[in-house]
Design a binder for this molecule. Sequence first.
Ligand SMILES: O=C(O)CNC(=O)[C@H](CS)NC(=O)CCC(=O)C(=O)O
Length: 328
Amino acid sequence: MLGFIIRPPHQLLSFLLCPGLRIPRLSVLCAQPRPRAMAISSSSWELPLVAVCQVTSTPDKQQNFKTCAELVREAARLGACLAFLPEAFDFIARDPEETLRLSEPLSGNLLGEYTQLARECGLWLSLGGFHERGQDWKQTQKIYNCHVILNNKGSVVATYRKTHLCDVEIPGQGPMRESNSTIPGPSLESPVSTPAGKIGLAICYDMRFPELSLALVQAGAEILTYPSAFGSVTGPAHWEVLLRARAIETQCYVVAAAQCGRHHEKRASYGHSMVVDPWGTVVARCSEGPGLCLARIDLSYLRQLRQNLPVFQHRRPDLYSSLGHPLS
Ligand SMILES: O=C(O)CNC(=O)[C@H](CS)NC(=O)CCC(=O)C(=O)O
């Protein structure tokens, strides 16, 4: 019954906005009529709307907060119930010493400002990667890369500390040595219920490890999030392919808020923030530069797709570890 698996048309609308520009640019990627078999009782405009914010963080924390707050307010005005900010929304420093110096605990001033913002706007926030001084800061002098979910009252409802750290050297991109400043998180987190659906938490480089996305979907995730500061060389080759692959194999929505542009003399990011639906189609994407895009999340579509193409009933966990140990 593959004929029934066609994206409903309301998902094909994405509004591309620049912060200075008040008129939304409406981009209709495609406009097929909704097939009868997919009809649902609610109007598409009642489906939850999410906003994906794209920024260029610098070492200036106050300025970064101003930019993010403006996008979050815009998201609220446009009717989003949840706004996603990228990894390192708080700042991107020039070196590990500066990263450690600018970091704060979750109880610090910056999270306090975001708490107020969520409350004032009445929307949920995915704060994609906060440089967090954890409980062990005094002993370790290192931080966690912490994804924080705030509800519309500003309370922290979930935290996930990045488990796969990006220590890579890609020619042409400048070395990344995240472990110089950061400790890997100790565990995965259970998906968290939000007005848009159950969100599985991850961060950036984590998207290269499909075991993580499978663990999250098997624990009930409907939306996977990969807030990112993706490299400018790996970006064009891997970014969209990885995100769409994670969406197709898990049959989840994938939301990826990204850093873009030049952060300082030593660092630039790829951008291309997007929302992918469970069929693997990109249903919203940001244009170049800071801004936001919007997408509706249709969980009845997700359930229909999982029924029509029941890969999770066809898995063979009895086989997958039968070839011994993974490559070292
Ligand atoms: O450094 C900070 O302040 C915040 N953290 C990051 O920007 C991290 C570690 S350097 N970036 C990535 O994981 C990029 C992954 C990537 O580019 C890939 O997988 O290709």
